[in-house]
Design a protein around this ligand. Sequence first.
Ligand code: SF4
Length: 375
Amino acid sequence: MTVDTILARARDGARLSPEDALTLYREGEFIRLGAAAHAARARRTDPGTVTYLVDRNINYTNVCITDCLFCAFYRPPGHPEAYVLSRGELAVKMDELRAEGGTRVLLQGGHHPDLRLSWYEDLLRWMRDRWPDIEADAFSPSEVTHFAAVEGIPVADVLRRLADAGLAGLPGGGAEILDDDVRDEISPKKLRTAGWLEAMRLAHALGLATTASMVIGFGETWEQRVRHLQRLRDLQDESIARHGRGFTAFVSWTAQLDTVPMSGLVRRKGLRPAGAQEYLRNIAVARLFLDNFDHHGASWPTQGVAIAQVALHAGCDDYGSTMMEENVVSQAGNATLCAILSEEMQIQIREAGFVPAQRDTRYNILRRFEGVPAV
Ligand code: SF4
């Protein structure tokens, strides 16, 4: 089937096959893919509105024993730069978030070998008691699977206990490419594809808010990208059929290849960083293929503001979050802003041609900003 035929079928609401997605990846030009993806987004969400979230990303520890090749953020146990944030440090950050009108905190960290599950439960309870107005989306499938291994209990029990302690959502980090051949190369000690999907399956059963992510540019093949998308779409179908809910959104970004451990793979495969065009083509194919996801997010921290604004015309309806701070991507050498606050998000969304709206974790709109903001 040709690209034009596939895009025409997508316009009529037909579900794309894996072969269709492969053809789009191989032959689709960004302009045509982007226009079709934008039309698909307009059918599923308010076409004139782009949402964003006021939140803060807190990396509670950089201690990790998993040694992913692409990660410049972590430090091994005992390293002089290793840290675990104290309650005092966390309290300052949470108070700042509240002052900024934040509604969500994103807690993510390394795989610390010594912190027990009770440490995470206490942290969540303490946050819920002191900042009940701020939801905690925390950890990731790889983190909760690590907690389960440390504790010697099933992941399902870990998630239940964390949910009881106040966990509102499980972010989709650590997916990278959901294909074990890719994972063997870039993160051999991290959980496998089946583990990531199973943690999300359990999270959906518990009613946690979840997102699905994808990181491109590791030298993966088109087929591996399609398998990643297929696995997400299948799980989304399954969760919606079983529970009436699944992932709230899909977000993708590009790999940062300039870490020392990546250099061998970069040389061996002759890798070059995925550029703007590749990022935009990927978000467009994802919007067209993942026809059971309402929301697709643009990634300004990795792509920069200008490309993120273009992404809003290529399938994305959400501009992501203010973050206030971010350490993982910025440690990997990205020079893009590490904090964009609410007013700035509104300006950038408006510049792209949309009405900005602040949302909560589950994409409920809290406030629309129809007028030009005074700044
Ligand atoms: S990406 Fe996460 S799991 Fe991998 S080394 Fe970095 S902190 Fe550890």
